[in-house]
Every structure is written in structure tokens, then in C-alpha cells.
Design a protein around this ligand. Structure first.
Ligand code: GLC
Length: 567
């Protein structure tokens, strides 16, 4: 697969950036980020080199799950502004050659959506068939599936019916088996594409097909429930829905679609991406999350000490398999995870140069790199100490389940500080003024607390510092854009015998090659390279200690040093 301009892969040489709109920039001073705030900051994004902008949801929503619970797909929530603000953002972004992607949330909607309200009010009406409503005779839920946010995946209605929600109870699952519902969704998607969107990031799409009959499963935790994944993720038959979705919508436009597609086995990658895939590309979570939580964060099977080698094997496998069929989307952070540094590096070693190394290791992988807001500043977790400061529905659920299982509040809070999605959702620090310049002076208090480090870690300070993490991200962007091999060169892992090392080559069609070598160790170490190095293209920090030998060069890496070499 050779991505070239003006074809199915027009987006592949772009740098993508994710905005969590509630936390990016508050232009009207109500303490919440908004669309006008994003428009204000487009030059910042252009200067960073961004060519695709993914906005987490800005549709009308009761905000139970930060906007991933939509009550009107064709309107903008007043919290974020108006449709005119959205049109202005699109116009201004296009002027800067930044294509805007919206978040497409079509596995579920909000329980406040008029279709669900009608289904609630009138049992037996057509709209009831747009959801999964069931009745049981024994007063128990129809099956024992566990919701991804904790607790049963079923909620009882006032009149004794049950409805399915794989996420929060305010997010009823849409019934894709219903053709009328599907037609409504396609129509809505075309409405947005007609506005000139660049495309969509597609939320939770692997869940739209449920195992027929919605069977219970053997309980896998003391709560008597079972993970819903085997019954509601990537279930056979999903391809029929996804093919129809593509044909009815995306295929008719020059848009890019990036699926949130967890749990797709490698052998099915070609169904999802590539020339015949349902989507342009996808996020592969096989290397994103080394944890397995059980029924709550407190039952996490491998906290902290997850195996570096297992994680790296998953990363390499993902790269190798993806390049056989198409082009990937690579990331280390998003709005659903704590900041990446916490996963990889003990707190005592958190430092800007380590953030730079973490930037290098993923930025030159094969795939379109996504930067999550604040990552380019080297933001860390803010260190939440009180559950009262948390907004995220999934964090609150996990906290409650932990207390119900007998954990002390302080212990449960330590888990919150570690795993909460709000870690990455605190306001973006623009400068060192009050509230980090997130809102204009004298505004309402931000909806989440500002990061305690905002006086030093902020955009203005980093723009002025040539050695900042932000300045380094700009160097990475420039390097990726300067060499076509970083876009379409072949990926091959090297130096696999070394632990705590991510090392790979990218080889262009003309045989030119670059090597990326990143040490995740807190000690200096020497590695023997299987090739001779031309020159050093980029280093996270310090001098690069290379000695030339006839059978390959020797590289001495400083703790947490990352380098890009021509070789
Ligand atoms: C996706 C989103 C997440 C959301 C969930 C339910 O995983 O990334 O933020 O909570 O879907 O919509």
C-alpha cells in the first residue's frame, strides 16, 4: 500500500490533533471550553503543523458522559456555542488547510433523545424498536452483562421494561437491526458531510452488533455478571452493517474515517481498513492498555508492573499486521486515558526530556500520528485528591464499586488519581495567568480544576522556550513532513533482544532508511546497531554517543533517551 495524495490516503501525511472541546479554550467566560475558543486558537494548531482536527462531541447533550450521550445529532450544544460557530470554525480551519473531524457516536444516544423519550412514553411504538427494550417475568434484568462503566448493562423503566446500555444508563444502545433507524443515522451523517467536514472519528463502533438472543454468560467476577465484550463487540454480522454504513455515507464523499475499534483481531484488519475496509483507518487498542480491570479498578489484574515486553510485542504486531493491509492511526494519549507518562515511567523520573522520548517512540511509527491536547506540552496527571473534583461518569462508577467492595475512601481515591479519565480532561493551560488563561480574566471557575503545574507547563512559556516539549513536537512534525519515508516507509522492529527499548526502522521505496531507538530505562546503556549510522536526525536530549565499528555502530543511550538516526 502506497499512500499518495488525492486518493483514499489524502490524509496519511497529515498530523492529527484531538481536542476535548470542554477543556481547550473558553472564549465566553462561562468556565467551559467552546467552539469560538477553538477558532481563536487555530493559528496555534496551524503553527504546530496540524492538518486534521478531531473534536470530541459538541452535539446537543445532557453531558452525562461528556457529550458522548447525544440528544440532538443535528445541533450544537449551547455549552459549546451555536451552529453558526461551528460553520465559522469549519471555514477558518479550512482556510488554514486544517480539516475538521467530528466524533460520530452511533452505538448509543442519550436517554433524553426524542426517539428514546417516545419509546419510553409509548410502549409498543415504532421508536421502541430503535432500542433494545425487553420485559422479564422474574424481575431480573434480561441477562447478566456488565456495563463498561460498571454495574448491570440493563436499566429498568418505570413501567417495568428493561433497556440495554453498554455504557451509562443515560446512553441507551441503538438497535442497528432496525432498518428505519439505520436510514435515519445515514441521513444525519450525510447532513454533516454536506457541511464540508473532513470526516469522522467513529465512537465505539465495534459494539453495534449484539449476539442474537442477547444470551447471559458464565459470571467472571463475584458480582455475578460477565464482561459484555464476548456478546457485544465485533460480533459476526457486524460487517453487513458497516458495509452499508460506508456505502450510504462515507463512500460518497472524500472524507477520512477513523474507527475506535478495540478488539478487532489481526486477521480481520483487512475488513476494517485498507482498500476494501469499512473505514479509512482505525485506532488499534491492542497496545494501548496494558491493564485488565476485572469489575473495577480495584480488581485490576496487573497494576503498575505490566510487562514492557508484552506491551512492545503488541505494538510491533500491530504495526506489522497493519502495514500488510492499510494505514494505521497511532496515539499514546486521548480523552479516555490518564497521561501516558504515568503508564511508562515511575513518577520520580517524570521530566520534559522523558516526554520528548515518549513523543519520538510513537511519532515515527507507520501511521498517522494523533496528538492529544496538552500532550505537546508534556502535561502530567494533575493528582486528584478529592472525588468531589471529578466529573467523569466512569470514574464515579468505579469509585462507588470500590467502596461497595469495602475499600477505604483514601484507597479508592488513589485509584481515581491513577486511572481517572479526568486526568487528561483538565483545562488546557495557555499561559500563567489566572486559571492558566483557559478563560478570560474574571470568568466563572473552570468546570474542572486547572493543573497545579500551569504556571510552568503552559503554551505561552513553551512557545518562548526553544528547549520545551512543545518546541520538540514542532521538530518532530517538521522531520516527519520532510521525509516521505516517515509516511509510507516500511516498518521493521530491530534490537528485540534488549528489554526496555523500542527500536525500529522505516525503509522507503528507494531503500533509504531511518532508525528510531528509544530507551525506557532509567540507566545509561549501550546497544549494538545492526547497521552503520549516517547522521543523527533528532534526539530527545543530550549528545548522541555513537562509535563507528566495521560491522555496525555502537550507541550509548542516556536514561530515557530517544533518537532518530539515518541509517
Ligand atoms: C468511547 C469514547 C468514550 C465514551 C464511550 C461511550 O470509548 O472514547 O469517551 O465514554 O465511547 O460513548
Amino acid at each position: 500500500m502506497k499512500p499518495t495524495q488525492n486518493d483514499r490516503y489524502w490524509w496519511a501525511d497529515r498530523i492529527a490533533y484531538q481536542i476535548y472541546p470542554r477543556s481547550f479554550r473558553d472564549a465566553n467566560g462561562d468556565g467551559t471550553g467552546d467552539l469560538k475558543g477553538i477558532t481563536e486558537k487555530l493559528d496555534y494548531l496551524r503553527d504546530l503543523g496540524v492538518g486534521l482536527l478531531w473534536l470530541s462531541p459538541v452535539y446537543r447533550s445532557p453531558m452525562d458522559d461528556g457529550g458522548y450521550d447525544i440528544s440532538d445529532y443535528r445541533d450544537i450544544d449551547p455549552l459549546f456555542g451555536s451552529m453558526a460557530d461551528m460553520d465559522e470554525l469549519l471555514r477558518e480551519a479550512n482556510k488554514r488547510d486544517i480539516r475538521v473531524l467530528m466524533d460520530l457516536v452511533i452505538n448509543h444516544c442519550s436517554d433524553e433523545h426524542p426517539l428514546f423519550q417516545k419509546a419510553l412514553a409509548e410502549p409498543g411504538c415504532e421508536e421502541e424498536g430503535f432500542f433494545y427494550f425487553r420485559r422479564t417475568s422474574d424481575g431480573n434484568p434480561p441477562n447478566n452483562w456488565r456495563s463498561m462503566f460498571g454495574g448491570s448493562a440493563w436499566e429498568r423503566t418505570a413501567d417495568g421494561r428493561w433497556y440495554l446500555h453498554l455504557f451509562s444508563k443515560k446512553q441507551p444502545d441503538l438497535n442497528w437491526e432496525n432498518p428505519t433507524l439505520r436510514a435515519k443515522l445515514y441521513d444525519m451523517i450525510r447532513f454533516w458531510l454536506d457541511k464540508g467536514l473532513g470526516g469522522f472519528r467513529i465512537d465505539a463502533i465495534v459494539h453495534i452488533k449484539k449476539q442474537p438472543g442477547l444470551p447471559s454468560g458464565p459470571r467472571n467476577e463475584p458480582d455475578g455478571m460477565v464482561d459484555c465484550f464476548p456478546y457485544a463487540r465485533n460480533i459476526p454480522g457486524i460487517g453487513d452493517f458497516l458495509t452499508e454504513l460506508r456505502e450510504q455515507t462515507f463512500d460518497r464523499y472524500q472524507c477520512v474515517t477513523i474507527a475506535e475499534a478495540a478488539g478487532v483481531p489481526n486477521r480481520q484488519l483487512a475488513d476494517y481498513i485498507g482498500p476494501n475496509g469499512y473505514f479509512s483507518t482505525m485506532f488499534d487498542f491492542s497496545y494501548a492498555e496494558p491493564y485488565s480491570y476485572g469489575h473495577g479498578w480495584h480488581t485490576c489484574k496487573n497494576p503498575g508492573e505490566w510487562s514492557f515486553r508484552c506491551w512492545r510485542d503488541a505494538l510491533y504486531a500491530s504495526q506489522l499486521e497493519t502495514q500488510k493491509v492499510g494505514y494505521g492511526a497511532v496515539f499514546t494519549e486521548n480523552h479516555d486515558y490518564p497521561r501516558a507518562i504515568q503508564k511508562f515511567v515511575p513518577e520520580k523520573d517524570h521530566a520534559p526530556e522523558v516526554q520528548k522520548m515518549l513523543g519520538i517512540f510513537y511519532f515515527f511509527l507507520r501511521g498517522m500520528p494523533f496528538i492529544y491536547q496538552g500532550q505537546e506540552l508534556g502535561m502530567t496527571n494533575p493528582g486528584f485528591t478529592s472525588i468531589d473534583r471529578i466529573n467523569d461518569i466512569s470514574t464515579k462508577n468505579h469509585y462507588r464499586v470500590a467502596l461497595a467492595d469495602g475499600l477505604e475512601p483514601a484507597e479508592a481515591m488513589r485509584l481515581v488519581a491513577r486511572y481517572s479519565r479526568d486526568n487528561a480532561r483538565v483545562p488546557f493551560p495557555w499561559d500563567d495567568s489566572e486559571n492558566g488563561g483557559f478563560s478570560p480574566a474574571g470568568s466563572a471557575e473552570p468546570w474542572l480544576p486547572v493543573h497545579p503545574d500551569y504556571r510552568t507547563v503552559n503554551a505561552a512559556a513553551e512557545l518562548a522556550d526553544p528547549d520545551s516539549v512543545l518546541a520538540f513536537y514542532k521538530k518532530m512534525v517538521a522531520l516527519r513532513k520532510s521525509e516521505r519515508l516517515f509516511v509510507d516507509g516500511t516498518f521493521a522492529p530491530v534490537l528485540k533482544r534488549y528489554d526496555k527499548l523500542v527500536a525500529y526502522t522505516r525503509t522507503g521505496a528507494d531503500g533509504r532508511r531511518a532508525a528510531v531507538i528509544c530507551s525506557f530505562s532509567d540507566r545509561a546503556r549501550t546497544v549494538k546497531l545492526p547497521f552503520a549510522v549516517g547522521k543523527v536526525l533528532l534526539a530527545s536530549h543530550g549528545e548522541v554517543a555513537l562509535s563507528h565499528c566495521p560491522d555496525g555502530d555502537v550507541l550509548t543511550l542516556k536514561p530515557y533517551q530517544g533518537v532518530v538516526l539515518e541509517g
